[in-house]
Design a protein around this ligand. Structure first.
Ligand code: G3P
Length: 222
């Protein structure tokens, strides 16, 4: 499973890049709005920091506008993937951008039928929002399972990018189901690594080592 960071914070992205496990980044207008500075410059710097797919979302809601913005984002850097919302105009724009060789991440996906249409339009990634489905008493993970099955049935060249992952078990479940990518905030990435028994075990190893060194020192002195 590829791990993407779901943030536009350069501080977090630099921190995560040093871990060596981050394959890409997803941004959206809400995430970019949280950062200070020119969004274009932020995206460029993200592309220079992580050499992988970096999603930049359009804000137009008509196909012509999406196409214009999408071409602009794609021309910015080779790593940019154009993020397009899953609406009727978005499908049209996806078809055209894909035919020009641009990669599209179709976002705001909440059902398998939306994912099927996105893949047919030529999207490179579909982003089902697991957490936001859970928020409205719908099993977000079931949507991941359904999309993975549909894509497998027909060999679509489209990756399932599980998004809106809120905790480590979301990531583990998505990986078990075969989602190709999981995108998550830094807090979830950090939580994936954390285990209290690791911390307790390490503390004990170090204490035993210190104790053994002291005993050795005492023997040598005696
Ligand atoms: O990638 C989508 C993500 O940013 C949404 O996450 O937690 O706001 O539902 P959340």
């Amino acid at each position: 499973m590829k791990i993407f960071l779901d943030t536009a914070s350069l501080k977090e992205i630099r921190e995560a890049a040093a871990l060596g496990v981050v394959d890409g980044v997803t941004t959206n207008p809400s995430l970019l709005a949280k950062e200070s500075g020119d969004p274009e410059q932020i995206l460029l710097e993200i592309c220079r920091t992580i050499d992988g797919p970096i999603s930049a979302e359009v804000v137009a809601t008509d196909a012509a506008g999406m196409l214009r913005e999408g071409r602009h984002w794609a021309a910015l850097h080779k790593n940019i993937v154009v993020k397009i919302p899953c609406i009727l105009e978005g499908l049209k724009a996806t078809k055209l951008l894909a035919s020009e060789g641009h990669r599209v991440n179709m976002t705001l996906i909440f059902s398998p039928s939306q994912a099927l249409l996105a893949a047919k339009a030529g999207a490179r990634y579909v982003s089902p929002f697991v957490g936001r489905l859970d928020d409205v008493s719908t099993d977000g993970m079931q949507v991941i399972a359904d999309i993975v099955q549909i894509f497998d049935n027909y060999d679509f060249d489209c990756e399932v990018l599980a998004a809106s992952l809120r905790h480590p078990m979301h990531v583990v479940e998505a990986a078990k189901l075969g989602a190709h990518v999981g995108t998550m905030p830094m807090s979830v990435l950090a939580a994936l690594l954390k285990h209290p028994l690791t911390d307790i075990g390490l503390k004990r190893f170090l204490e035993d080592w210190e104790k053994a060194k002291k005993e050795l020192g005492a023997k040598a002195a005696g």
